[in-house]
Ligand binder design. Structure first.
Ligand code: ARG
Ligand code: ZN
Length: 881
């Protein structure tokens, strides 16, 4: 029997609330087990609503101790409080009225980390998406915007710091060991943006002067002693504020902007108005404990949450189906920010790698859903890479189709038209149509049709006529609930490269709209003819990854090498080399499976080594070239009946072949990329570290001995070098003495730093091979393992399931059985975390049949469990459909 299966919510059933909420006054008397919350809400009946319509408020696991209408108790006959709603009847027809709800909460035992909870003795809240209803009965939906006043009362010694949204109004000592503080947020907001933090924390302070001269106090709160590790986050915040003014014309709108870092958090971070709450993983950094990737993530996530102030907070979502309205757009904005702060091409490559390894599999499996879904059972399961990352790509395509100026005009119109409103994707798209005069109806299918489109292309050159004809065809695969799809508007950036590497400039084109280097593919089949092409060209498609599609073009290694050498678009160069490598790795997997020796193409080795040694290319780009497609990438390309062991073994053989052939160049790289002087986290220094590591990686593969990795571990003076050396040792030589020593030394050195110990767990969880499951089991009883900390659970259990293809997909199915038990265990405490980790099995249907049948049994075991959260049952049911 399921305890909570969740109702299906449908977009088409949307309608506004019967009552308008004007303002909210909240008073919290904080206590670990018995926090008293008084919520005073002023409502009025909306014009035209029947006088008999009751007020219906949302709730979740609430204990209500009082209910008043205009300060008078409401008789029991006039209200009904159930598990998830409070219904109040016979309310005034016209006049505004005040409802006061009193509830009692136990933050300390709130292990779901939704609503008000405790983390390291700090009170904190997480309300998105539906956590506010765990604090009080409330119209907990994003289209209910109200002005909030918040009073917080707490023990002064335990919680000297009392924070909420908006501006500080004042506070005082209460004389009884307690004190209070009041906050007022003048900007009407939905309840999911509410936040409260109280506790004893250290702070890093700064100020920012906005473009129109406003003074903003900036504060980042962290655990005492961790202040020095918050300075990079502060720097990233100031750069974000400036960038949003410069690029999007958006200014901050309160006297104070606060960030609080907490160590128990379900997601990355949360954009509560004026009071962002962060997973401390995305705030804390110093060279000794944070990698270059950590620095880049911190910069991006600080920016992301800050940018939400306009895209999310000032303009919010009408309902949760519109989640991509704020998330897709805000990811697009943080991508652009990082591109401006770092190397644009390298940033784009990293984004596309992430999109392909996370979002493409989601879009190709049982959890596929449109960027703007039309139904959900549990909204927390829709904070997906499709809504975020594909949502960002869709925004990027609007910019590509319209061009920079019209896109800007559309954004300006959006801010102007909808400031202070809760709107839809249709409202958003309409702004770009109005600004550009362009019809975006077909384009909007990107929001509504799930699945990654496949574009196939082939070309015919006519020597006599000097014409080149491209035949393009698009198909969108069927996805759950959507069996047939209409053709999409796909903006394909492209170039025709001539044999000498220059780009053809056709004199005429027929068969497609082309603007600049963008070809607008709009038909299912389209034939495009270019005139005045002097020689047989090599087409280079999807420059800058202008559309999130799969592309099949039959091209020789020679064609790809030409693109890799001469393309002006750096992304396309990387893409050509990566595709060349992918072809080889797919072949290697097949050879391994057939019991044949693995062959590595000379053309690939030559092209990789040429790019690696090309000093005109920035180091970070060269490192991206040397980092071959992952096992997940290879599996996705093979597409079905996958054998993760064969993929792994084939890939290892290709890596070894490249390493052996390029030994001298790799030694040279390591030498050239060595750095002296103090650690700097900037992109350029990070790029040199990355390329040096690529060199080391292949050298170690060429040697087949751990010596060089062990040396690198010993001589590392920053976390990037140290953790990479440890990874190389552990993954390549799991049983070597050097590995055991390094793991022990690392653990001892960082035992007091939770974020670094997460890395220690993750590195071991990703050691390839069947034996890792036992290691993971052993690590679960390590004193440092903590089943109540989401970061720790993700670092061990999550990383094992998501990122260890051979270990997790053991042919005997033990990996899946292990995960099933973990999911049930985690679900009892923290459903959101359990559901998220379970999505690691989303591609089970593309495994070969022995593994697939074990995977199915494990999913069925979860589905059969006696009590499952709505979160997990939603995921497991969709995966078994
Ligand atoms: N809005 C947050 C962000 O910036 C994510 C919050 C998700 N929380 C949740 N419980 N689903 O991306
Ligand atoms: Zn977001």
């Amino acid at each position: 029997m399921r305890t909570n299966t969740g109702q299906i919510v449908h977009l088409e059933n949307y309608r506004p609330t019967d009552f308008v909420l004007e303002r909210v006054d909240l008073t919290f008397e904080l206590d670990p087990q018995e926090t008293k919350v008084e919520a005073r809400m002023i409502f009025h009946r909306r014009e035209g609503v029947s006088p008999s319509a009751p007020l219906v408020l949302d709730g979740d696991e609430l204990v209500m101790t009082g209910l008043l209408l205009d300060q008078e108790a409401i008789p029991g006959t006039l209200y009904e409080a159930t598990d998830d709603t409070l219904i109040i009847r016979e309310l005034p027809e016209r006049a505004p009225f005040e409802i006061t709800v009193t509830t009692v909460l136990s933050p300390e035992t709130n292990t779901k980390l939704m609503g008000l909870y405790r983390t390291s003795n700090v009170y904190c809240t997480q309300c998105e998406a539906e956590g506010f209803r765990r604090i009080t009965y409330f119209p907990d939906r994003p289209d209910v915007l109200a002005v909030y006043t918040v009073n917080i009362i707490a023990d002064k010694a335990a919680a000297p710091l009392l924070l909420s949204n908006g501006n500080y109004l004042g506070g005082a000592d209460m004389g009884d060991g307690r004190h209070f503080a009041s906050w007022f947020d003048p900007h009407p907001k939905p309840s999911y943006l509410f936040a409260l933090v109280a506790g004893d924390l250290g702070v890093v302070e700064d100020t920012f002067t906005t473009v129109s001269g406003g003074n903003v106090a900036l504060k980042i709160y962290v655990e005492h002693g961790k202040e020095p590790r918050a300075t990079y986050a502060m720097d990233a915040l100031k750069r974000s504020m400036k960038w949003d003014e410069d690029v999007f014309g958006r200014e901050y709108d309160l006297d104070i902007f606060m960030i609080v870092a907490v160590s128990d958090f379900n997601m990355g971070a949360m954009e509560n108005k004026g009071l962002n709450v962060f997973n401390d993983k995305y705030v804390l950094a110093d060279p000794e404990t944070a990698t270059d990737a950590d620095y880049a993530n911190i910069e991006a996530i600080i920016a992301h949450e800050y940018f939400h102030n306009w895209t999310g907070n000032r303009i919010t979502c009408r309902d949760w189906f519109q989640l991509c309205l704020k998330e897709g757009l805000t990811v697009y904005r943080d991508h652009e920010f990082s591109a401006d702060m770092r190397s644009r091409a390298v940033k784009r490559i990293a984004e596309v790698r992430h999109l392909k390894s996370e979002q493409f599999p989601e879009d190709a499996g049982p959890l596929a859903h449109p960027v703007r879904p039309t139904q959900y059972r549990e909204i927390n399961n829709f904070y997906t890479t499709t809504v975020y990352e594909k949502g960002s790509e869709v925004t990027r395509m609007i910019a590509t189709i319209l061009g920079r100026d019209l896109f800007k005009k559309g954004m300006d119109l959006y801010f102007e038209r909808h400031d202070g409103q809760a709107v839809t994707i249709e409202d958003f798209v309409a702004c770009f149509e109005a600004a550009s005069g362009r019809d975006l109806k077909q384009f909007s299918l990107w929001y509504h049709q799930a699945g990654t489109p496949l574009v196939t292309a082939s070309g015919v050159y006519n020597t006599a006529g000097q014409t080149y004809t491209l035949s393009l065809e698009q198909t969108v695969p069927p996805t759950p609930g959507q069996s047939s799809k209409a053709p999409m508007h796909i903006p394909l950036r492209f170039g025709l490269l001539l044999p000498d590497g220059s780009e053809a400039t056709p004199t005429a084109v027929s068969g497609a709209e082309i603007s600049g280097d963008v070809l607008h593919l709009t038909e299912r089949k389209q034939s495009v003819t270019f005139s005045g092409v002097p020689a047989q060209p090599v087409p280079s498609f999807n420059r800058d990854f202008s559309a999130p599609i799969n592309l099949h073009v039959v091209q020789s290694a020679g064609d790809r090498a030409l693109i890799a050498r001469f393309e002006t678009d750096l992304f396309a160069r990387w893409q050509a080399l990566n595709t060349m490598a992918l072809d080889n790795l797919v072949k290697a997997a097949a050879q391994t499976r057939a019991g044949r020796p693995v062959a590595c193409d000379d053309a690939l080795v030559d092209a990789l080594l040429a790019a690696a040694a090309d000093n005109r290319l920035e180091p970070a780009f060269r490192a991206q070239v040397l980092s071959l497609p992952s096992e997940t990438d290879i599996g996705r390309e093979i597409g079905g009946s996958n054998d993760p062991d064969a993929i792994h073994t084939g890939r290892q053989a290709v890596l070894t072949a490249i390493a052996t052939a390029g030994k001298d160049s790799f030694a040279r790289l390591v030498h050239e990329m060595s750095q002296s002087g103090p650690f700097r986290p900037d992109a350029e220094s990070a790029g040199r570290r990355a390329l040096r590591y690529s060199g080391l990686f292949y050298l170690v593969y060429a040697d087949g001995q751990p010596g060089k990795a062990a040396d690198a571990f010993r001589s590392a003076n920053n976390m990037t070098d140290l953790s990479q050396a440890l990874t190389l040792l552990a993954h390549r030589f799991p049983d070597a003495e050097e590995t055991a020593e390094a793991l022990a030394a690392f653990k001892e050195r960082f035992a007091n730093n939770a974020l670094v110990i997460d890395k220690w767990f993750a590195i071991q969880a990703t050691i390839p091979g069947a034996a890792t499951l036992d290691r993971v089991r052993g690590l679960m009883s390590d004193p440092l393992f903590n089943a109540n900390n989401p970061n720790r659970v993700r670092s061990l259990v999550g990383t094992f399931a998501f990122a260890n293809a051979t270990g997790f997909n053991r042919v005997d199915g033990e990996g899946y059985r292990f995960l099933a038990r973990q999911i049930l265990d985690i679900d009892a405490r923290n459903p959101q975390l359990a559901a998220r980790i379970l999505t690691s099995m989303r591609s089970w249907g593309s495994l070969e049949e022995v593994r697939a049948s074990h995977a199915r049994s494990a999913l069925e075991e979860i589905a059969r469990a006696s009590s499952l959260s709505a979160d997990v049952s939603d995921i497991v049911d969709r995966m078994l459909e």
